[in-house]
Design a protein. Sequence first.
Length: 193
Amino acid sequence: MADIDGRVRVMTPFAARKQVRSTVAALASEHGLQQADETLAPEFGGVRPGRDQWAFGANRRASVSVFGPRDFLVAVGQRLRDWAGGNHTEISTESSPDGRYLGIHPYRRVDLGKQRTLATLASGQKELLMIGNSLADWVPACYGVRCAFVADSNIPDDVRAEAWRISEQPDVHGVIDILTRLTGLTAGRAGRS
């Protein structure tokens, strides 16, 4: 999903989103979990649901995110992979390092959606910067995108070596650090021209 001139454009539509959400809700009921209000990830100011609760991630239009107990999320991943195979539907799942969050995407490999989206956006731009915190946020340079990562990112050394910048700050603070550096570089170039 991208914000282009104040309008939201879904770059990789999730046709099975409604069915995925229904499948997750049914499995939560089987696990005896209560649904909490939709939430943001903790690094963006959200609060994880309580011990016997689960929640969808807020503001998702091109993916589905689910918060809850580890065993429930493992079961969700397996159920959705089985469901997708039986329904000839492409999905991928990505778990957070702590196992309490699951991202569900409308393509077979997590990295493909971002690569397709960023390559499309980069084709009409002079420069594009992707700031992320996982290997799914890596786009090889051949796509016309520079990548940066926040501290504590779970990415291999070869990707770190090719990244435009690795912030020493975690989460949102890392994003702010990277954008501040970028703004400084941009202002420096404008001053020289």
